[in-house]
Design a protein around this ligand. Structure first.
Ligand SMILES: Nc1ncnc2c1ncn2[C@@H]1O[C@H](COP(=O)(O)OP(=O)(O)O)[C@@H](O)[C@H]1O
Ligand SMILES: [Mg+2]
Length: 269
């Protein structure tokens, strides 16, 4: 091992420059459409306003060949203030101390994984207009202003959509919607709805709505392996032998949190 306490100092300096390739490379991951959309939803949820219900819309713009050629994800959350926009764009620059899975990469990974940024518009409640950026890169970014339809929020528009984006209506119904319904179930509870998540497909040429989905709470199946029933496989089945009697309940055991979520009071297990 070289003793680094006793080194000779060299004359030359090695300069490490940030490379804009990172914004493209971040898209080379194993995420699928559900994961990529979820990264954007996570951010909207994290930035939700305490005073109004969070609304998130995901629009897939479909061309005449039935291909998706733009995705727009919009929320009415707090928006990104001007002094935080640079840090929000720089990969891994955000330090979120309150959550485990936030590494300051999600939005950039999501954009690059889905396609290419067309624009990101964001408006805070106190600003009159939305601030718009049209590319992700290091250094000085040109910034534009535009009217925004809400008091505050963020709208991300992505084009040059990659083939992993399957916007076939039956695929959206079977995979994307139930996944989001389960993943965000605690925000979608009808009795205490914190967020509305809607998905649309829109005809690019005419602007007409084709299909729409409202993501609803999907309760996970904890107990029973094969029926869509949150009940044990066997419940209080009476068994007895000589001199003893018992009741058998058998199934996958939910954790305490899962039981709470199912509204089941734990009876001394
Ligand atoms: N929809 C949004 N509303 C408000 N702020 C956002 C939104 N999306 C991203 N941001 C801001 O951009 C930052 C970077 O997002 P992201 O790349 O997903 O990394 P992370 O979520 O790990 O911080 C977030 O911390 C947040 O401050
Ligand atoms: Mg994030």
């Amino acid at each position: 091992m070289i003793n680094i306490e006793k080194l000779q100092i060299a004359q030359e300096k090695i300069i490490v420059e940030p490379s804009n390739n990172i914004f493209h490379e971040l898209g080379n991951n194993t995420y699928d459409l559900r994961d990529l959309i979820s990264e954007l939803i996570d951010n909207s949820i994290a930035a939700r306003r305490p005073d109004i219900r969070l609304k998130i819309t995901i629009e897939f713009w479909i061309d005449n060949n039935n291909n998706c050629n733009a995705i727009v994800v919009r929320d009415n959350a707090l928006g990104i203030p001007q002094n935080r926009l640079g840090v929000a764009i720089s990969p891994a620059a955000v330090q979120s101390s309150n959550s485990l899975n936030e590494h300051g990469l999600g939005m950039k990974q999501s954009i690059a994984g889905l396609g290419k940024l067309k624009y990101l518009a964001t408006k805070t409640p106190t600003e009159p207009k939305a601030r718009i950026i049209r590319e992700l890169k290091y250094g000085q970014l040109p910034c534009y202003l535009a009217d925004f339809n809400d008091i505050s929020g963020t709208e991300i528009c992505i084009t040059e959509i990659k083939p992993i984006v399957n916007t076939n209506p039956s695929s959206i119904t079977k995979t994307l919607v139930p996944y989001l319904g389960a993943r965000y179930r605690r925000f979608l509870k009808p009795e205490n709805r914190i967020a509305e998540v809607s998905i649309f497909t829109i005809n690019k040429k005419t602007g007409d709505l084709q299909y729409s989905w409202d993501v609803v709470e999907v309760k996970p199946i904890y107990f029973h392996p094969s029926t869509r029933n949150n009940k044990p496989v066997l419940e209080n089945k009476k068994i007895s032998g000589t001199g003893w009697r018992a009741e058998l309940t058998f199934g996958y055991a939910p954790t305490d949190n899962e039981l709470k979520e199912l509204g089941i009071v734990d009876r001394q297990r």
